[in-house]
Write a protein that binds this ligand. Structure first.
Ligand code: SAH
Length: 388
């Protein structure tokens, strides 16, 4: 088979097991159909591995296996290793919702697989992975035996790959909603109306943290989605937990999550509102504010505007939080790294004129592993701040 040949000196990233090949690193591209898996060679002719290629994408190639391992074998082994890691991480009687495959974090670019009790949800970002879908489905369904397999590939980035956004049932019975258990706490996950694959599994460890720090506090859960942080705060003994999100359907499910957990209706108020405006309300009297916004920087060009957004909400939270208070603040934009995020928080503290100290630093939950060879897999960072 004709191989992709890299330019001299441009093979270092792949030799170091980074998954991406940009067009500028390629010397020869053979005839191929977009999405096909091709061998990748160095300028000197050494076989570096196999990747799938798409001329339409700025990341032209994404490696699925390295060295002389056949690509199907590499993919099968990556799936097996991903599953083996998760079986050791969770007791399913306590936590039955987990990420099984975290794209490059598990050596499988373009693929997210989340497992909610017995429902498997796939999210496919690239044409190459789209073509590998039958193989992936076969491997995953054979291993975890799901009641249903759904696809939630509603990613605008698919357009760059020549794909449309899509959602649907791939196998099994139709499921609109499922009850999951996380750290012993039940939550509803709605596939019909949910964002991403349904639930923000990457915040599992931070939810535990909120439970630990909430006792006696008046909590404001900003960007609450379906209220999971609010539920955790109340389980941890918070005096109150209010939730605010711009999505009415997320807030409706947040109310249902309170009911599911037997939390009294007066334990928190639900607001369907824009957080940027809501935080300007002078009447807020919270002493624990959680800020978990969506990714403000989806691409590199957005970083400056994103930092302005992060600074605004953090400044407003510092101005509003009662002293001595806590602010748990996050950024899930991988283009805004931890150092930059800390600088933004510093600027926000300075402008608010409050004394702010970092008590703890946080990252994505452990079923979202960061591939040491592919640092772009690190995206979520959070600081627990003490404001007095
Ligand atoms: N903390 C949540 C996840 C938050 S995801 C959890 O653990 O489940 C980000 C949320 O922000 C989404 O629910 C989205 O609807 C909401 N959102 C986005 N922009 C917003 C805005 N300007 N004001 C309020 N909510 C917003």
């Amino acid at each position: 088979m004709n191989a992709v040949v890299l330019k001299p000196g441009r093979d270092k990233a792949v030799l170091n097991r980074h998954h991406w090949i940009f067009s500028g690193a390629i010397r020869d591209l053979p005839e191929f159909e977009n999405g096909a898996v091709l061998p990748v060679r160095s300028a000197g002719g050494d076989l570096l591995g196999h990747g799938y290629f798409n001329r339409k994408s700025s990341i032209t190639g994404r490696m699925v296996s390295f060295g002389d391992e056949p690509p199907e074998e590499g993919i099968r082994r990556s799936v097996e290793r991903a599953l083996a890691l998760r079986t050791r991480l969770f007791d399913p009687t306590v936590t039955n919702a987990r990420r099984l495959i975290n794209a490059e974090g598990d050596g499988l670019p373009g693929l997210i697989a989340d497992f909610y009790d017995d429902v498997l949800v796939l999210q496919i970002a690239t044409l190459g992975m789209e073509k590998l879908k039958p193989l992936i489905l076969d491997l995953l369904a054979g291993a975890v035996r799901p009641r249903a397999v759904l696809e939630k590939s509603d990613l605008p980035a698919r357009r760059e790959e020549g794909l449309v956004e899509t959602e649907g049932l791939l196998a099994g019975e139709r499921v609109d909603k499922v009850r999951i258990l996380e750290e012993g706490i039940p939550y509803w996950v709605s596939f019909a109306q949910g964002q991403k694959t349904g639930f923000f599994l990457d915040q599992r460890e931070s939810r535990k943290l909120v439970r630990d720090f909430a006792a006696g506090r008046r909590v404001l859960n900003a960007f609450s989605y379906t209220g999971a942080f609010s539920v955790c705060a109340l389980k941890g003994g918070a005096a109150r937990a209010d939730s605010v999100d711009s999505s009415a359907s997320a807030i409706a499910l947040a109310r249902e999550n309170f009911e599911l957990n037997g939390l009294p209706a007066d334990s928190g108020v639900f607001f369907t509102a824009d957080v940027f405006e809501f935080l300007r309300e002078p009447a807020l009297d919270h002493d624990f504010i959680i800020l978990d916004p969506p990714a403000f920087a989806k691409k590199k060009a957005d970083v400056v505007a994103a930092c302005r957004g992060y600074k605004d909400i953090n400044r407003l939270a510092f101005l509003r939080v009662r002293s001595p208070g806590l602010v748990l603040t996050f950024s899930c934009s991988h283009h805004v790294d931890e150092g930059l995020f800390q600088q933004v928080v510093f600027q926000a503290a300075l402008e608010a004129g409050r004394r702010v100290r970092i008590l703890q630093k946080h990252r994505q939950a452990c079923d979202h592993p960061i591939n040491i060879y592919h640092p772009e897999t690190s995206y979520l960072k959070g600081f627990l701040l003490y404001v007095d």
